[in-house]
Design a protein around this ligand. Structure first.
Ligand code: HEM
Length: 479
């Protein structure tokens, strides 16, 4: 047999063996080198080196189900045939494969059609001026204050510039949305470490957990307030929650102190909010530790060494509090507002609701294109959650079409015209959660919902051409 034919025969035998192998989800979770997509299991360790978007994105999904991650980050169907060389087995028949959302893929095709030809959805040339201006502003402010001493005004300004770098540069970079060149996204992703955060922890918290499990009562880290706030009906009520509308805004200014201190512990334990980071992403560990130490040395130790005073310490805190407030404020209002959905047992949406519905009904938009320029498009949170690897410059353009299609699907699309109206909706939501639950609230749990409401929901599901996921959603909602 010629060598090539022998190799082919070997390859076919390997493929047959792979077809016979079957993995439970637990078995995949215990091994960081595998990943699940649909009903198939792939060798993530081998594939990551060939991943056109960069090895680290695939590494983070080692040991996890990447079906929805692929769908939302590539806006198209899984290339099963092309991936057959990494196929190692099937999901065990006892496991339910994650469904692909066909309605979402149709929406992706329409949205792709709206993008400028050849842009691939990456940043347009004009964006790089904004990015450069922000980086120069941060370096100038920090350098000036190191040489001349800190002032409160410039420190607050630096906090704002840090927040805008977070929103306009690191955020898109770490979603792979800035450039078609993975190295550019990877390097600019480290701007998160520059402003005091941590890239790998952010990827775990935001890309792996928050985006795929938005407002999930158990799995969204942004919904875990550790008793400080009551954000959803499933959270236990504690006496201080009656004041949560009062302390939420000062709390947002203090939030970054938790990140600055506890980040280090999470990094050492290689996890976020109890969810282990895949061992496949271990090469990101050493750079993360170095960057963390470098930030503390550059931003805290150096200024205090050059100008040791309480004033210097206060100015450092002013930068941290300003950046913290700005970022937390805008993230918080986009997922906590009157009528927002929560996902999971006893939430208003079942986990088996479509990907589109789970993303859209847990997020809200505010303002328009000018706020999008300032805030890296994160005021278009719905479009961002649907298409995180689309550069923010395109959100305002695609929003009208997205809204039309979402409403046609029968889902709720929340867009607040002003920041004030969004803030009001957030306060109203917090106010409702602040009230001590009564036995009547328990009666209002899904299992006690009125039959009229049941019929309305069922009618809406039928109107959009009822699918299994709608039925599952209804069953879950009924409790
Ligand atoms: C989570 C963040 C991710 C980002 C930012 C990302 C980025 C990219 C980019 C830039 C490309 C090349 C351009 C394109 O084909 O669209 C690509 C291709 C691809 N990615 Fe990812 N990716 C991510 C996650 C994943 C995951 C978790 C998997 C699967 C385990 C995956 C599988 C693939 C495959 C199979 C291709 C080739 C697609 C094809 O040829 O049709 N990606 N990715």
């Amino acid at each position: 047999m010629p060598p090539s034919a022998a190799k082919d025969a070997g390859g076919a035998a390997e493929l047959r063996a792979a077809e016979l192998a079957s993995y439970t989800r637990k078995a995949v979770t215990e091994r960081s080198d595998l990943t699940i997509v649909g009903d198939a299991v792939y060798d993530a360790k081998a594939f990551r080196e060939e991943h056109p978007g960069g090895a680290h994105f695939v590494s983070l999904f080692g040991g996890r189900d990447a079906t929805e991650a692929f769908m939302e980050y590539h806006r198209r169907a899984w290339p099963k045939a092309r991936m057959s060389k990494f196929f190692v087995g099937s999901l065990a028949p006892s496991e339910k494969p994650t469904q692909v959302d066909e309605g979402y893929l149709r929406l992706c095709a329409e949205v792709n059609g709206l993008l400028p030809k050849g842009s691939g959805g990456f940043a347009p040339a004009s964006y790089w001026l904004k990015a450069a201006a922000l980086i120069v502003a941060a370096l100038t402010l920090e350098g000036y204050m190191l040489l001349r001493g800190k002032t409160l005004f410039l420190s607050v300004l630096l906090g704002l510039v840090f927040a805008w770098i977070g929103l306009n540069i690191q955020h898109d970079a770490n979603h792979g949305a800035l450039s078609r060149y993975p190295a550019v996204n990877y390097c600019l992703g480290y701007m998160q470490d520059w402003i005091g955060g941590n890239m790998v922890l952010w990827l775990q918290e935001h890309v792996v957990m928050h985006h795929l499990h938005t407002n999930d009562v158990d799995h969204d880290p942004d919904q875990k307030a550790h008793g400080a706030l009551r954000l959803k009906p499933t959270d236990s009520w504690l006496p201080w929650h009656s004041l949560q509308q009062v302390y939420i805004l000062p709390g947002e200014a203090m939030y970054a102190f938790k990140l600055l201190s506890l980040d280090a512990l999470e990094l050492l334990a290689w996890r976020w909010e109890g969810e282990p980071i895949s061992q496949l992403a271990a090469p990101l560990y050493a750079p993360a530790v170095v960057c963390k130490l470098a930030f503390w040395a550059r931003f805290v130790a150096l200024p205090l060494w050059l100008q040791p005073s309480l004033h210097t310490a206060a100015c450092i805190c002013a930068t941290v509090c300003t950046g913290s407030f700005y970022l937390a404020f805008f993230f918080f209002i986009s997922h906590n507002f009157d009528g927002v959905a929560s996902v999971g047992p006893q939430g208003s949406l079942s986990r088996s609701a479509t990907f589109t519905q789970r993303q859209v009904e847990t997020s809200s938009n505010v303002g328009g294109k000018w706020l999008a320029h300032l805030n890296g498009g994160l005021n278009y949170q719905i479009e961002h959650h649907l298409f995180p690897r689309l550069h923010h410059s395109y959100y305002a353009t695609i929003a009208p079409l997205v809204r039309q299609r979402i409403e046609a699907m029968g889902y709720k699309y929340s867009h607040f015209p002003t920041i004030g109206s969004n803030l009001g909706a957030m306060m109203s939501h917090l106010g409702k959660m602040a009230a001590r639950p009564t036995s009547a609230d328990k009666l209002a749990r899904p299992s006690e919902k009125s039959s009229v409401e049941c019929r309305l929901r069922l009618g809406a599901a039928c109107a959009r051409g009822s699918q299994a996921s709608d039925a599952a959603s209804l069953i879950s909602w009924l409790g």
